[in-house]
Design a protein. Structure first.
Length: 260
């Protein structure tokens, strides 16, 4: 059975595993509306006792190329309120109790990296790339990444990603602990569903209790960190460098930053 959430999200149930697919061409950029639909879908899965694990996947070549900076529902056209609304939905995602496996087939950039880190595990194809590219936009990192990324790969590697904006390929991500498994593109979704199924075959109350212990107060920590990130972003949003960064990304060129 397939259930639609808005125009860009579907959920399919197979046994005890729900597969959630984002399909927002061409690059699955996240908007406030898409994030709200995704949070609704994951919370519904949480309330369904038959669902014991979730696979988060996306259609097309990119897993998620970041926040939508262009459309009327996009972040740039909704000011800092739009960014804060996006982070409100991110906290909802981190509050979900059901284990999540992300299937990453391409670029997971900026907010897309943040979305991949909502998951407990990431299965990636060799084509996957991970990037915290905020400085290339003249912007401060967001989506709670200043908490979640160091927690996963360590402070030094997180700093390297944040301050360079470089793209980390899947195999390097595997060595860093950013990725849990690398499989060929054609087997990616099946591999993610297999891992989710391995989780789902266990006692669900024990899985949830163990996950809560391991994650601790993660949702609260993300809320606190996004509050700080949002404040820093509000300052940088007024700069000429940010305006240049948005133009550069839209025009697919390096930014010509002036430090003002």
């Amino acid at each position: 059975m397939k259930t639609a959430y808005g125009e860009n999200l579907t959920v399919t149930l197979d046994g005890h595993v729900a597969t959630v697919v984002i399909d927002r061409p061409p690059y699955n950029h996240v908007s406030v509306g898409l994030m709200r639909d995704l949070a609704d879908a994951l919370e519904d899965a949480d309330r369904d006792n038959n669902i014991r694990a979730i696979v988060l996947a996306s259609a097309g070549k990119a897993f998620c190329a970041g926040a939508d900076l262009v459309s009327s529902d996009g972040i740039a056209n909704n000011g800092m309120g739009g960014i804060n609304a996006l982070y409100d939905q991110a906290v909802r995602l981190f509050s979900v109790e059901t284990p999540i496996v992300a299937a990453v087939q391409g670029a997971a950039v900026g907010a897309g990296l943040g979305l991949a880190l909502v998951a407990d595990f990431r299965v990636a194809s060799p084509e996957a790339k991970f990037s915290a590219n905020f400085v290339k936009l003249g912007f401060h990192p967001g989506f709670g990444l200043t908490h979640t990324l160091p927690r996963l790969v360590g402070e030094q590697r997180a700093s390297l990603m944040f301050l360079t904006g470089r793209r980390v390929p899947a195999e390097e991500g595997l060595a860093w602990g950013l990725v849990d498994e690398v499989v060929p593109q054609e087997r990616l979704l099946a591999a993610a569903q297999r891992l989710a199924g391995e989780i789902a075959e266990n006692a669900p109350l024990a899985v949830i209790a163990t996950r809560k212990t391991l994650r601790g107060e993660l949702a609260a920590a993300v809320r606190a960190r996004t509050n700080h990130e949002h404040a820093e972003q509000a300052i940088l949003r007024t700069t000429e460098d940010f305006a240049e960064g948005v133009r550069a990304v839209q025009e697919r060129r390096p930014g010509n930053f002036q430090g003002r």
